[in-house]
Design a protein around this ligand. Structure first.
Ligand SMILES: [Zn+2]
Length: 379
């Protein structure tokens, strides 16, 4: 789960590989490069065929863990009635594209922590499996505790059966996924968890600023360490983290500003109301008299049943069919906005639905209109 979803979306080109829990699973093209890269490196390093196959198997198993991590997010989101569009596996990790990221800190916490927890559970199960294998004498050589907890020594000991090594690598990978994702940095899950915890006492905006700042400091540290230890990949990740922290901060600032903007700030009173029974000429006359070009059409019970906007008006004037009833021209596609709606919901009701006029209501009474341009202009 991350904001990189929008970046990914632009790259496009994913291959569907089926669906789990009714969520489509897709593989991003960058992943195919990786799958080709492994055997190529294997051949280049003169590895045996069996070793290359094993390397591929372990890679697929690790990818499976990433997939389960994303399913963890999706499952937690589903419990909060948030749908997951799809899960995309790419070179930079998995992404569960959620319909929305919950704004309530407790809910955001639950969705964010669910992914890393899956990896922790997998790692625990595998470690238990290993310990049981050693304890029940299923393997001949039982490693000392010191050797067992040091992957460098354990993986180079060569006195265990292959499946033990596979389980071990998978357990270590899942622990690494768990730890890496918990880094308190956007766009990692840890960044969201950190923000959710801070949100309670500080409010979401301040929490985002602090979480974003922490991320930037860590990112700068990573860039410097990369340079110092001659690890360019660290510096590249550092730059990526820095940019993501910045984007997250800006987005949150914007969405905070949008929550403060209510319907009355966008509303205009430059409109007129016309009765449905009148011919279109009435609207045209009023337009020439007052220069108003948005008309709300009301029925005999004064209920708004349609609108005529500038475009419709121009069409009507061109067609010169004065006696044609208003109902022939008016559109019923307008948004009903509540006076208490904030910018987010107004944007959803109008722009996402492709409606050019919003009629602002307060207890059944029309308070004003909102034009599409006004909403678009806010971005
Ligand atoms: Zn995650």
């Amino acid at each position: 789960m991350s904001k990189s979803q929008s970046i990914l979306g632009k790259f496009g080109l994913t291959l569907p590989i089926g669906s789990i829990m009714n969520i489509p699973m897709k593989i991003h093209w960058s992943m195919f490069l990786f799958m080709i890269y492994i055997p190529v490196v294997g051949v280049y390093k003169k590895m045996e065929v069996m070793e290359i196959v094993l390397l591929c198997v372990i890679t697929v198993l690790i990818l499976g863990s990433v997939l389960l991590h994303e399913l963890g997010h999706a499952y937690a989101a589903r419990n909060l009635d948030i749908k997951t569009h799809d899960i995309v596996l790419s070179l930079i990790g998995g992404v569960a594209r959620l319909e929305k990221i919950p704004e309530d800190p407790y809910e955001e916490f639950k969705v964010a922590i669910a992914g890393p927890l899956v990896n922790l559970v997998i790692a625990c199960v595998l470690v238990m499996g290993l310990l049981i294998s050693f304890g029940t004498g299923m393997v001949e050589v039982i490693p000392t505790f010191k050797n067992f907890i040091n992957p460098d020594i354990f993986l180079n000991s060569y006195d265990q059966p292959l499946w033990i090594y596979m389980m071990y690598i998978l357990a270590v990978s899942n622990l690494a996924l768990f730890a890496f994702n918990l880094l308190p940095v956007f766009p990692m899950d840890g960044g969201r968890i950190f923000r959710a915890i801070l949100s309670n006492p500080l409010g979401r905006t301040k929490a985002t600023r602090i979480a974003s700042m922490t991320g930037k400091i860590l990112a700068i540290g990573l860039i410097i360490c990369g340079y110092y230890f001659r690890q360019p990949i660290w510096s590249i990740i550092g730059i990526f983290v820095f940019l993501m922290a910045d984007i997250e901060n800006r987005q949150e600032m914007r969405s905070h500003r949008f929550r403060q903007i209510k319907a009355d700030a966008l509303m205009s009173s430059v409109y007129d109301r016309v009765k449905l029974v009148l011919p279109i000429q009435e609207v045209i006359n009023r337009h020439f008299d007052t220069d108003i070009s948005t008309f709300l059409i009301e029925d005999s019970k004064k209920k708004i049943v349609g609108v005529i906007d500038k475009n419709i008006l121009e069409t009507a004037m061109r067609e010169k069919t004065e006696e044609t009833p208003i109902s022939h021209y008016m559109t019923q596609r307008f948004a009903l906005i509540n006076i208490n709606d904030d910018f987010h919901s107004i944007h959803n009701k109008m722009i996402k639905e492709g409606l050019s006029i919003g009629v602002v209501m307060d207890y059944g009474e029309v308070k004003g209109i909102i034009a599409e341009e006004k909403v678009r202009g806010m971005y």
